[in-house]
Design a protein around this ligand. Structure first.
Ligand SMILES: Nc1nc2c(c(=O)[nH]1)N[C@H]1C(S)=C(S)[C@@H](COP(=O)(O)OP(=O)(O)OC[C@H]3O[C@@H](n4cnc5c(=O)[nH]c(N)nc54)[C@H](O)[C@@H]3O)O[C@H]1N2
Ligand SMILES: Nc1nc2c(c(=O)[nH]1)N[C@H]1C(S)=C(S)[C@@H](COP(=O)(O)OP(=O)(O)OC[C@H]3O[C@@H](n4cnc5c(=O)[nH]c(N)nc54)[C@H](O)[C@@H]3O)O[C@H]1N2
Ligand code: SF4
Ligand SMILES: [Mo]
Length: 705
């Protein structure tokens, strides 16, 4: 047999924030191999098991390959012209009849991993002028962005831990050994943490779970979920009280530090020990260790953002870096100089320009917190949401109180989804518009280069040709924009292709036409493994984006929120309370990579984990099914015992619950699991940002009778 000639292609993986370089073998039009690209200067060959699943996404028999329209429970294939016309007509009609706010949108996680959705969803959604815009941001990193907007003047001016040069890393609520880093693009984080250890550095992890990352740390401390703000304030308190403060070079541009010092006064380690579950002497030592390290960086991620006091946590983390002189320092936390500087051309941010109709939660950066999405659909009255656009998202599994959202989606007049799958959310759509896959399109990381531990740039050409009749997401959006604009009597702005935008962006950027490097798209294409543009370097105050280039240490909203939260933060944990938190697994990705056997091998990963003492107290036998209830709902799930959890804490991964009728994901439905978000509470939000508090949910466990 003659084997068809194989070709080898290089591209960046778009599945998670690590943006690893891949080497992909294609034979006879099919992908036959995917491995790490050793020549990628940034990821240096690192890869994880999900990368190989890019070929499963490609070959998934359940994947939609053309637009479909729903009639009852049947899906009818339709042509693109008909699909675009249908969607534009229905949206325009609802817009005219019920007003702009009657159309809501949700942009899911893959939007930020997808060039065409990044460039083309804004103009489309902008036509609607709806206040009901939502995204995964408000079940995720909203607190980071709000804090950076308030302190540094731009929501994306986010300092990242300089892991390769630090001597001491304090990490809260993050498990990069499973998640590969977040708001922190750090491919091969395991190797980088090993190197930290090798040069005598220290990793301290604070997490209610002894995670994969905690296991390789020098120190791990359990913390009661939701109490991190108290812990972080106690670190700051100690630093101020013991005179360990040394803001250094940035001291002249710090504004409001006295107010911060005053605000931290009530949070003595001795006052927060019971609330956090960490002894006062330990807290004091951790503060001293951090302050004494020659370079240190504090990083807090999902576990401290997606909880009751997420914004206070992110504020305290910035302050800790800042008062110890580690902000904008090599080995501390630094901002990038991305080759396409999306900060330069974008709005710095906003907060509270409007509030949600029913509950009055504030807008941030043009979006409302997704925790109010269902109630905006279910509550009658002027401005009620009647139509829904979902772009690459599965909010039924990803946002709090998923069963309530299901009920809401069932009540809509019209729904359209840009997606490849008929899943828990898109099954409610009237029309689904599936695009090409990641391997069939060009890619450039607009967001993750902004959050990377080195300044890097890489342009990935499509690996596979675009199939006959298929459209890229950006083409679908461009066609929808044109059709809808006509119907709404608006003039659509001319749009460049994503590729042309990157070329222009590179030339305008800091390494572009006015710099010695004169970076162009052509140059990037000549470097198929990506370009390293150098390490992160101090750039404050010049790079600050506040009007006066000063750092606002004490945004009034945060001072006020801390004062209001004080009693709650200092309160002792109620006895026998069980708090639910989430967890991630290396072989899973949010809600949408459960349809591939390759990633599901091994033992069941969807069990509820609990501490053996809690199970003994409740009379639950490990290995058996239990009933877990919360204010929002109940699930029945196998329970496993583990001493890796702090007593009083139970954990479930999110993104499961594939048993729902009407989906078309054969393999996933056989590994259904339950959805953690059938237990999380849409009413539980961070009071400052409205970010959902998906961690620290009060639950009860009982026998499944
Ligand atoms: N309880 C709990 N809930 C959580 C979290 C948690 O830790 N705990 N984490 C939260 C976080 S951080 C996030 S980011 C959200 C994520 O939740 P979502 O924003 O809902 O995103 P995903 O679950 O990744 O769903 C992605 C969808 O995009 C589709 N898709 C994939 N590729 C493409 C493409 O190329 N084009 C199009 N058009 N569609 C595509 C997939 O089929 C899938 O339907 O979940 C949040 N929910
Ligand atoms: N394999 C894999 N990789 C992923 C994803 C995935 O689903 N699978 N999702 C991607 C996405 S969208 C994101 S946003 C990132 C998230 O990346 P990470 O932020 O690293 O998220 P997790 O791995 O969920 O780790 C969160 C940690 O917070 C802890 N935690 C929960 N509650 C609290 C608390 O109150 N306090 C403290 N201190 N800790 C708490 C949990 O025990 C957990 O260890 O991962 C990305 N990468
Ligand atoms: S770590 Fe993330 S970017 Fe790297 S191969 Fe795995 S999924 Fe892809
Ligand atoms: Mo996320």
């Amino acid at each position: 047999m003659i084997r068809p000639a194989a070709s080898v292609h290089h591209r960046a993986c778009n599945l998670c924030e690590a943006i690893c370089g891949l080497e992909i073998t294609v034979e006879d039009g099919r992908v036959t191999g995917i491995k790490g690209d050793p020549a990628d200067p940034f990821s240096r060959g690192h890869v994880c098991p999900k990368a190989v699943a890019l070929m499963d996404i490609q070959d998934d028999p359940d994947r939609l390959r053309g637009p479909v329209r729903r009639e009852g429970s049947a899906w009818i294939p339709i042509g693109w012209d008909e699909a675009i016309e249908l969607v534009a007509t229905r949206l325009a009609e609802i817009h005219t009849r019920h007003g702009a706010d009657a159309i809501a949108s949700y942009q899911g996680n893959p939007n930020v991993h997808h060039l065409g959705l990044m460039t083309h969803s804004g103009p489309f959604l902008g036509l609607l002028k709806t206040r009901n815009r939502f995204s995964a941001t408000s079940v995720d990193q909203l607190p980071h962005q709000l804090v950076c907007f308030w302190m540094y003047g731009h929501q994306l001016l986010v300092p990242v831990p300089d892991i390769d040069n630090t001597a001491h890393m304090l990490m809260l609520g993050a498990n990069p050994m499973a998640s590969n880093g977040s708001m922190w693009t750090v491919p091969g984080v395991g190797k980088r943490l090993e190197d930290l250890n090798g040069r005598g550095g220290r990793l301290v992890v604070v997490d209610p779970c002894r995670t994969e990352t905690a296991r390789i740390a020098d120190e791990h401390h359990f913390i009661r979920p939701g109490s991190d703000a108290a812990f972080l304030c106690a670190l700051l308190h100690t630093i101020f009280e013991e005179g360990l403060e040394k803001p250094g070079r940035l001291a002249p541009v710090l504004e409001g530090l006295d107010a911060v010092r005053e605000a931290m006064r009530p949070f003595a380690p001795e006052a927060v020990a019971r609330a956090t579950g960490i002894e006062a002497t330990t807290i004091r030592r951790l503060a001293r260790d951090f302050a004494a390290a020659p370079q240190a960086t504090c990083y807090g991620r999902l576990g401290v953002s997606v909880q009751r006091h997420g914004t206070l946590c992110q504020w305290a983390i910035q302050l800790l870096n800042l008062v110890t002189g580690n902000l904008d320092q090599v080995g501390g936390s630094l901002v990038t100089r991305p080759a396409v500087d999306i900060l330069a051309g974008s709005k710095p941010g906003s907060h509270g320009r409007w509030t949600s109709r029913v509950r009055g939660l504030p807008e941030t950066h043009g979006e409302l917190p997704v925790a109010v999405l269902a109630e905006e659909m279910l509550t009658p009255g002027s401005g009620q949401v009647k139509a829904f656009i979902v772009l690459a998202g599965n909010p039924v599994l990803s946002t709090p109180n998923g069963t309530q959202l299901e009920q809401a989606l069932g009540s809509l007049e019209f729904m359209v989804a840009l997606d490849l799958a008929i899943n828990e959310t898109t099954r409610f759509a009237d029309v689904i518009l599936p695009s090409t896959t990641a391997l069939e399109r060009d890619h450039y990381d607009l967001i993750f280069n902004v959050l990377a531990v080195r300044n890097v740039a890489r342009y990935s050409p499509a690996t596979l040709p675009k199939p006959e009749g298929a459209l890229h997401d950006w083409e679908i959006l461009a066609r929808l924009t044109k059709a809808l604009a006509e119907k709404l009597g608006q003039e659509p702005k001319p749009m460049l292709t994503p590729r042309a935008m990157i070329d222009a962006g590179l030339q305008r950027g800091p390494h572009g036409s006015t710099s010695p490097r004169k970076l162009t798209l052509k140059q990037l294409e000549d470097h198929p493994h990506g370009l390293d543009l150098g390490p992160l370097e101090p750039s404050f105050p010049e790079r600050l984006m506040t009007e006066d280039r000063r750092i606002r240490c004490a945004p009034p909203q945060l001072l006020e929120a801390l004062a209001e939260a004080q009693v709650e933060l200092l309160a002792e944990a109620p006895a026998d309370q069980l708090l639910l938190i989430g967890r991630r697994h290396l072989r899973s990705n949010n809600s949408w990579m459960h349809n591939f056997d390759r990633l599901l091998r091994g033992r069941d990963r969807s069990a509820l984990l609990a501490h053996p003492d809690d199970l003994a107290r409740l009379g639950i036998t490990p290995g058996e099914k239990a009933k877990v209830t919360s204010r929002s709902g109940e699930v029945f799930i196998n329970v496993e015992a583990t001493e890796d959890l702090m007593p009083g804490v139970v954990s479930l991964p999110h993104g499961w619950g594939h048993h729902r009728p009407g989906t078309r994901m054969e393999v996933a439905s056989q590994h259904a699991g339950v959805s953690a978000n059938d237990l999380t509470d849409d009413r539980a939000v961070d009071p400052v940002s409205g970010n959902a508090a998906l961690n620290g949910v009060v639950v009860n466990i009982g026998k499944p009778t």
